[in-house]
Design a protein around this ligand. Structure first.
Ligand code: FAD
Length: 457
């Protein structure tokens, strides 16, 4: 693992932010043969990119906003990743039940699902409309009163945390590229030869260092306004409309679903209920965020909101807060649109700013479209540096898997922990839990001691 004090003095491109967007840019440039460095103030994929609803999807509800371009692009990406990273994502069917008083009646759903499959170029497994009795069979326990039936369509489930990590590991296959976690961007200065001097600080050792680059990229997601607020020279105005979303995990035995479902409460929100191995993921909320965005947690109100909605759809199950085995929250990096305060209706497109020829900022977008976002930036950098850009490289499969498989049953022993510490850029004890990534997993005291010993060597 590289260290801030021992990496080279200069890189072609330096990327700030090791969420999925920064990881994607790093990988794309590395595949183009450029030497680059990606840094993150925290662990890689420890913020928004591990807090998503864990779906690669076109975003069926964006059809209501006529965001056909975004849905088309995202469906293409979803279907690509299903092919090239089958160990990290899989197809799942989703039932969207319709009730007498639903905001979206059955005919509207039918048109929407047809459009959804059409925009995928019919690469999606086909949707179908489902009768009331079949809906009750496929979603055991669902409220019968007012139920009219459902629409069923396909999207994909992804291990968001590990995809980001594996995208970084893939970029590291180019030996001139490096990735540093817990290394923070402090400031930059453009020198007279147009090189950029960037000051970085290692938040574990306290060491600071200057690194030089030809191009500098900010891929800091919802943190971007905060990161750039003191960069007066850039005249950056706030662009992020921070929207917090929380999820809960409940035990599958309390909600034994085989397929995912979409709840559409009458407040206009959409809540996904997604069974995974032993747990069911329920989310999300959508509220204005005013707190410190790092490591945010779900609020009591959000937990109660999700439980209340589950009880509305499954009145006999009588869920309580006690059913929650774990929860997490993240900030959607939505891009501000003037006078638009309705978070649910804000479009999810990304925005790319080339604020100076060699200074790039990318915000917004969705996890699903990260490869497209990365390609916009990588292409601009290659063009500016008069290099060829090869479009096909980023659609190649990833070359280094995580030690712990995403969806397979595995017993975590000391050997596995040693391999994770050795090969997966672990700098703190909690980084190991993150790389194991199971809703109820906690390290034992002896495992923590082992990691501590390994890290101190
Ligand atoms: C609740 C919720 C549900 C979602 N569900 C989905 C979904 O199902 N499907 C989908 O496609 N999309 C989904 N999204 C959107 C998706 O998660 C985000 O678009 C994506 O993860 C953003 O990635 P990012 O790399 O831009 O941001 P992040 O993952 O937040 O990465 C930015 C990084 O910048 C780092 N950073 C900040 N400041 C500094 C600094 N000074 N120096 C160095 N590093 C710094 C941070 O530590 C962070 O790791 C969801 C989002 C939320 C919040």
């Amino acid at each position: 693992m590289s260290k801030l004090e021992s990496i080279p003095l200069s890189y072609n491109t330096l990327i700030i932010g090791g969420g999925i967007v920064g990881a994607g840019i790093f990988r794309d440039l590395s595949l183009q043969g450029l030497n680059c460095l990606v840094v993150d103030k925290k662990d890689f994929s420890s913020q928004t990119s591990q807090s998503s609803s864990k779906m690669l999807h076109g975003g069926i509800r964006y059809l209501e906003n006529m965001d056909f371009g975004l849905v088309f692009e995202a469906l293409h990406e979803k279907n690509l990743w299903l092919k090239i990273a089958p160990h990290l994502c899989y197809e799942m069917n989703f039932y969207m039940p319709v009730f007498k008083d639903s905001l979206r009646p059955k005919w509207m759903l039918k048109i929407g699902l047809f459009l959804y499959d059409l925009l995928s170029g019919f690469q999606n497994s086909p949707h179908k409309m489902v009768s009331k009795s079949d809906t009750m069979k496929f979603i055991p326990g669902i409220k019968e009163s007012g139920l009219k039936g459902s629409g069923m369509y396909y999207d994909a489930i992804v291990d968001d945390l590990k995809l980001t990590l594996e995208v970084i590991y893939d970029g590291l296959k180019n030996k001139n590229c490096h990735a540093l976690n817990y290394v923070e961007y402090v400031k930059h200065e453009t020198l007279c030869d147009n090189q950029i001097k960037v000051t970085l600080k290692d938040n574990i050792t306290g060491i600071s260092r200057d690194v030089f680059c030809q191009d500098l990229v900010f891929a800091t997601g919802p943190f971007t306004d905060h990161v750039l607020k003191d960069e007066y020279e850039l005249k950056w105005k706030d662009h992020i409309l921070p929207s917090k979303g929380s999820h809960i995990w409940i035990k599958k035995e309390r909600l034994p679903l085989k397929s995912a479902m979409v709840l559409t409460p009458n407040d206009g929100r959409v809540i996904f209920v997604i069974p995974q191995k032993d747990h069911v993921l329920v989310g999300t909320t959508e509220v204005n965020a005013n707190e410190d965005f790092f490591d945010i947690k779900a609020s009591q109100n959000e937990l109660e909101y999700l439980i209340a909605n589950l009880n509305n759809y499954f009145p006999h199950s009588k869920f309580t807060l006690e059913d929650i085995v774990n929860s997490f929250a993240g900030i959607r990096p939505l891009v501000k649109e003037d006078s638009d305060s309705n978070l649910g209706k804000t479009a999810r497109e990304h925005k790319y700013f080339q604020v100076k020829p060699n200074l790039h900022i990318i915000i917004g977008g969705k996890y699903t479209t990260f490869r497209v976002m990365a390609s916009d930036v990588a292409k601009a950098i290659c063009l500016r540096q008069q290099r060829n850009y090869n479009d096909g490289l980023s659609s190649m499969p990833l070359r280094q898997k995580s030690i712990v498989d995403s969806f397979k049953e595995i017993h975590i022993n000391d050997e596995i922990i040693k391999s994770i510490v050795e090969k997966e850029h672990v700098r703190k004890i909690e980084d190991v839990s993150r790389r194991i990534n199971r809703p109820e997993f906690t390290l034992s005291d002896s495992q923590k001691k082992l990691i501590e010993t390994l890290l101190s060597n």
